[in-house]
Structure formats: C-alpha cells, structure tokens
Design a protein around this ligand. Structure first.
Ligand code: MG
Length: 332
C-alpha cells in the first residue's frame, strides 16, 4: 500500500511533508523555492501577464506527452502568445487516493523538464488528496506570471482588410491523437499530440516583428474558434483556404472517419498569427527556421464582412462557424 497515494498524503502533516520532499522538491527543487513559506514573495516592476488553467486530461499519459507537460506548456503558451516571457508558475495537484506514486513521480519529472524548457520557476504549490472514486487519478492547476515589453504587446494594433492569417504548423494533432487513444485504436508512432512550448516561438516572433496584430494558441475549439473570436472581436471577415491549412495525413484520415473537421480540433503546440501583409512572408520564413514552426503556412486573409469562410478545394465557399456540437470532453 506504500506505493500509492493515501488520503494522509493530503492531510498537511508528516505524510504530506514527505511527499513534497521525496518527490516534488527532489525533482522541482532547482526550479522552485528552497524555503517553504505560506506564499511566494516576488519583486516586480513593469507590465505582466497572468493566466491560469486546470488540466483534467484523460488518459494522463498519452502519445507525445502527459498531463504534467501539458500543465506547464499550456499555461506558459497562454502567456507567450500575449507577448509575455514566463517567469513564475504555481502548481496545484488534486490526486485521487490510490494513484500510483511511481506515476506521480513520472508526472513531476515531466513538469521539471517542461519548466526547464520554458525557463519558468515554480514558486508556489499545493497538494490535495480526494477519496478513491471521487477523482480520476490526477488533476493539475497551474497559474503563471510572465513579463511583457511594449514591443511585444500587440493588443492596440489595428487588424484591417488585407492582413494575413498564419498558423505555425499542422492543425488538429492533439485532439485527434487523444480521441484515437481514448477509442483504443492501435496508434502508430506518428499519431501523437503536438504539445510543445509554442509560446516561446510566439515571444520570439513578437520581439522581431512589429506587424503582428494578433496571436492566440488554438487549443479547445481549434482554429475555427480562434478565427471566429477574431471576427467577432474586431468586426472583420476572414477567409481561409482549405488547401493551405496544414493537416497531417493521419489527422485527415481519422477526422474523415470520425465525421469532424480538423479546424475544430484542439492543438497544444501551435499558434495562430494575424499580421500585416508586408511582414507576413518574413514571419513565415522565421517560423520555418524554428523547430516549432517547420510546417507553418499562410492560410488566408482578413476581409470585409463579419464571418469566417472556408474556400474549399473544389472552389466553393462556406461559413466556418463557432463549434456547435460537443467534441470529446477532457482533452486538456
Ligand atoms: Mg490560449
């Protein structure tokens, strides 16, 4: 029984202390605080972005990543697309009684690797345990603080007709791979989540290109949701070309069989950018030179009107609306 999480690991007493020391601090020590107080104390001056996200993905370990990597990359990516370089992260676990300690350690190790990649410090955290049957293995919440510079803050730039829409890579990898794994379909090596610290690419781009007017990570709801949010927020139309949206072969096949479109499926390692026409080609070249932007593409442009349209391969044009039906829950 000693190799699983017990209710006592969450009671705030000796077992909790031991769990924190033996697993959490053992791996995250370098990335976290040496002294444990009730709160992290941070000196700050300047402009910051602050974001939080909870992670309830099932399965916890999946092709291409796990809930730990997702919890760090997910929050850091939200900071990155806002032009914020991640500095501090909080980390909270809700663990179900009976969860294997070895799995917990695997998740914590993965968190350490992801925190290193994002160069973010984990400065505060919490661990709670719920009774068996009252949770599902492990849930994680992270909150992150990142610093913005004036140059990287794109919020006041005006999106106008003729601006171009770019994506940093293929659409639909994460959600499709999770669906396939959940359906128990024997998946090959290439079927994997794209979870990655794409916010880092975002920050690099915003440092270099002042013509970037919008950036968001197309997670839940996918590309179509992001584009509809832009159309609504800025009262513009957007048209994209089916043929120019990069989609991996296995995603295309699986989504056709499942009857869903890759534009609505979650990504965890991609960014959508809207940029001035003059700079779009240079932004694309920079993305192509970056390990997280190899499959980047210009997929469409901002137009008059207020809807998002997809120009299909056969030359027709149809509305690409907000997601109406429920796709699989718990993909992040
Ligand atoms: Mg986001």
């Amino acid at each position: 029984m000693n190799d699983v999480i017990l209710l006592s690991h969450g009671n705030g007493g000796l077992s909790t202390k031991k769990l924190i020391e033996d697993i959490i601090l053992k791996h995250l020590g370098e990335r976290g605080e040496k002294e444990l107080y009730d709160a992290a104390v941070i000196n700050m001056e300047g402009r910051y972005a602050f974001s939080t996200d909870s992670f309830v993905i099932s399965p916890i370990f999946f092709n291409g990543g796990d809930i730990g990597k997702l919890a760090v990359d997910g929050t850091c990516n939200d900071l990155g697309v806002m032009g914020a370089r991640p500095l501090y992260l909080s980390l909270s676990f809700i663990i179900e009684e009976g969860f294997k300690l070895s799995d917990f350690e695997r998740v914590v190790k993965s968190i350490k690797e992801a925190a290193d990649e994002n160069n973010v410090s984990i400065v505060t955290g919490d661990t709670k345990v719920v009774e068996k049957g009252k949770g599902d293995g492990i849930f994680i919440n992270t909150a992150g603080i990142g610093i913005i510079t004036d140059r990287r803050d794109w919020r006041d730039r005006k999106i106008k007709e003729g601006d171009l829409v770019l994506v940093s890579g293929t659409m639909g990898d994460h959600g499709t791979s999770i669906m396939l794994q959940r359906l128990g379909i024997d998946t090959t090596e290439e079927v994997r989540s794209d979870v990655a610290p794409s916010g880092l690419l975002g920050v690099e781009l915003l440092d270099r290109f002042s013509g970037i007017k919008f950036m968001r990570d197309p997670t839940r709801g996918g590309l179509a949701t992001v584009l509809n949010e832009v159309a609504e927020m800025y009262s513009v139309g957007i048209e994209i070309d089916e043929e120019r949206v990069p989609v991996k072969g296995w995603v295309k096949e699986a989504t056709e069989v499942l009857g869903i479109e890759p534009y609505y499926i979650a990504n965890e390692g991609k960014i959508v950018v809207i940029a001035d026409k003059q700079e779009a080609e240079d932004i694309l070249s920079y993305m192509h030179s970056h390990p997280l932007g190899k499959d980047a593409a210009i997929i469409g442009e901002v137009t008059k009107g207020k809807r998002v349209y997809l120009r299909t391969k056969i030359g027709t044009k149809r509305i690409l609306d907000f997601l109406k039906k429920d796709l699989l829950p718990r993909i992040c």
